[in-house]
Ligand binder design. Structure first.
Ligand SMILES: NC(=O)c1ccc[n+]([C@@H]2O[C@H](COP(=O)([O-])OP(=O)(O)OC[C@H]3O[C@@H](n4cnc5c(N)ncnc54)[C@H](OP(=O)(O)O)[C@@H]3O)[C@@H](O)[C@H]2O)c1
Length: 185
């Protein structure tokens, strides 16, 4: 099972145009809310993220002195040679996400897979029919512009809702391409 689990603004951005998450980190309920996040993370055997997200995490670690947060192998999608984080199991990859999905599945030992972000990367998995679930924690913020949550045309089925602190939480099953596109195609 591949899940895109993320926090978003009400108007569908996961970061502001300068990649700031200040609007998120000050919310009551914490980063990403707490919609079963600990249970979700304990079921994850591999993660994948784009290079912008990776560089944000690296900068955050440098600022805070914290260590790499994920015990499981993490794939970072990039066309560039990026600096690894000491002591972290990071695997750089590029190109078609199908091969990455296969490698993650093999490494995860039967556990679930997590797309940390960003939105276009989640979209690449959805386009390859590999994204099973989207779980969002919606912060009470609008930004007007920024990094989009999921810039693709998809139908989703609402499976679960909840609230954690300031966040509205929702779990969706990815049904597939937007019905109108399937009909037109
Ligand atoms: N709200 C939240 O909870 C949350 C969660 C996650 C992330 N974020 C934030 O949201 C922002 C995400 O930014 P984003 O959506 O612009 O970017 P992103 O997915 O993190 O990174 C995009 C970059 O990854 C590389 N990439 C993506 N797919 C690739 C592929 N198939 N092959 C090779 N390289 C590939 C490309 O860069 P290069 O090839 O140039 O390296 C691309 O420009 C960041 O600021 C992050 O901190 C927020």
């Amino acid at each position: 099972m591949l899940t895109y689990y993320t926090a978003t603004t009400l108007d569908g951005f996961i970061a502001d145009p300068d990649d700031s998450l200040d609007w998120l980190l000050r919310q009551k309920g914490g980063e990403g809310g707490s919609f079963g996040f600990d249970a979700f993370l304990s079921g994850v055997g591999a993660t994948v993220m784009g290079s912008t997200t990776y560089e944000w995490v690296r900068a955050h670690l440098a600022r805070s002195g914290e260590s790499w947060p994920y015990a499981m192998p993490s794939w970072v999608m990039t066309s560039r040679a990026l600096t690894p984080v000491d002591g972290a199991d990071i695997r750089f990859a590029s190109g078609n996400v199908r091969a990455v999905h296969e490698a993650m599945t093999a490494a995860a030992g039967g556990k679930d897979l997590w797309v940390v972000g960003g939105g276009d990367l989640a979209g690449q998995f959805a386009q390859a029919d590999l994204l099973d679930e989207v779980v969002v924690s919606v912060a009470p913020v609008t930004l007007g512009a920024g990094r989009p949550l999921l810039p693709r045309r998809l139908d989703l089925e609402l499976v679960e809702t909840g609230r954690s602190g300031a966040f509205v939480n929702a779990r969706y099953r990815v049904a597939g391409p937007l019905l109108e596109d399937r009909v037109a195609g």
